[in-house]
Design a protein around this ligand. Structure first.
Ligand SMILES: *Cc1c(COP(=O)(O)O)cnc(C)c1O
Length: 224
């Protein structure tokens, strides 16, 4: 088995320099994160609030933490003091709570709008029309402590690469349409977070700027 450092090097060598590699460290111990950190990896993602807070407290403070899981509004306050980017914003309610909690901390939080693109009931996210409705709303114009940095989505879990490519292309289409309609003059709206261990090559082909890779870096996760 190859080491965390070797895996990161191999993935970095394979992807374009413009694509950001976010190391998904969920369920993995702090030691594994330190190993990745020591070879220059600074962006890590977690999907559970408690686990993210514990790792934040323990690990170097120049790590850029990303949140990628389903986020309950009553838990935003625990990560608002330090989280850099929340990939999984899937409602206006959640966005308004993130704005409020970020304001209390006197900081801004990058947010990605998560879209529902897969054929799986279990996945969360906006539909395109819902996102448009939110972006047009009066409330949205009042938000001051959030930075809408782009979009995120997860493809169907399948071996059919055509299905995956089509879903990623759909998300890329949403990104460009929102960019042209709402964010033409926003330099911040630039990220297309798509692609995981099993499908990041396809995501990059479809225009991904940010891949979220866990098991290909840290090995398979064991859920006890
Ligand atoms: C776990 C997870 C990943 C990483 O998955 P791997 O297949 O291990 O690369 C990426 N994105 C999200 C939202 C996840 O929950």
């Amino acid at each position: 088995m190859s080491s965390v450092a070797e895996n990161i090097k191999a993935i970095r060598a394979e992807i374009p320099e413009t694509v950001k590699l976010i190391a998904v460290s969920k369920t993995k111990p702090a030691e594994a994160i330190v190993e990745a950190y020591q070879c220059g990896q600074k962006q890590f993602a977690e999907n559970k609030v408690q686990e993210l807070v514990a790792k934040y407290e323990k690990l170097p403070k120049d790590i850029e933490w990303h949140f990628i899981g389903h986020l309950q509004t009553n838990k935003v306050k625990y990560i608002a003091p330090f989280v850099h980017t929340i990939h999984s914003v899937e409602s206006q309610k959640l966005l308004s709570v993130i704005d409020k909690e970020a304001r209390k901390q006197n900081r801004s939080i990058h947010c990605l709008l998560q879209f529902y693109i897969a054929k799986e009931e279990t996945k969360f996210g906006f539909s395109f029309d819902e996102a448009v409705e939110m972006l047009k709303s009066q409330e949205f114009t009042q938000f001051q402590n959030i930075i809408i940095a782009g979009v995120m989505g997860m493809a169907t879990y399948t071996d059919d690469t055509d299905v995956i490519l089509n879903e990623f292309k759909t998300l890329a289409g949403y990104f460009h349409e929102l960019k042209n309609t709402f964010f033409l003059y926003s330099a911040d709206f630039k990220e297309l977070s798509m692609g995981m261990s099993g499908d990041y090559q396809i995501a990059i082909e479809a225009g991904s700027t940010m891949i979220r890779v866990g098991s290909s870096i840290f090995g398979e996760r064991v859920y006890l």
